[in-house]
Design a protein around this ligand. Structure first.
Ligand code: ZN
Length: 167
């Protein structure tokens, strides 16, 4: 397994729309393993392939406290979404920034698992939020783009300042 490099906002590559996976093979399983290792090492609770500059519809998520809930979703599709919830989200591609975002409270999704089997999943709360956040990445969207222009401008200048400090 390998730790992959995570792209940081406002990198243009975060805006690419991911392609569906045509065949779940060993290459995809290796990608999933590397993404999981990268997510745990960061640490984060979700990672989309887009964030590691692989533009395929693959996400990994683990919202458990003890790293026992790893979930890999390939070609995820939302079948149903309802309710509203507001949560202060962060993102491995936007380090140090946490902002409130509104999303559906409950979702039903369909995806392929690492063996290429179709799975249907009902999620609410943090898991539902995380799934929607990661699926946005596959569409080339970063959560801060859901915020007002003013907030986005402030975030960009804060990120620039942080970069200067780490040089
Ligand atoms: Zn993210």
């Amino acid at each position: 397994m390998a730790i992959l490099n995570i792209l940081h906002y406002p990198d243009e590559r975060l805006h690419k729309v991911a392609r569906p996976v045509e065949k779940v093979d060993d290459g995809i399983r290796r990608l999933i393993d590397d993404m999981a290792e990268t997510m745990y090492e960061a640490p984060g609770i979700g990672l989309a392939a887009t964030q590691v500059d692989v533009h395929l519809r693959v996400i990994v998520i683990d919202v458990s406290e003890d790293k026992t809930g790893l979930m890999a979703l390939i070609n995820p599709r939302i079948l149903q979404a309802d309710g509203h919830t507001v949560f202060e989200e962060g993102c491995l591609s936007v380090p140090g920034i946490y902002e409130e975002v509104e999303r559906a409270q409950h979702v039903v999704i369909e995806a392929l698992d690492r063996n290429g089997e179709t799975l249907k999943l009902e999620a609410e709360g943090l898991l539902a939020i995380c799934i929607q956040h990661e699926m946005d990445h596959l569409e080339g969207k970063v959560f801060v783009e859901k915020l007002s222009r003013l907030k986005q401008t402030r975030i960009l200048s804060r990120l620039k300042k942080n970069q200067r400090k780490t040089l």
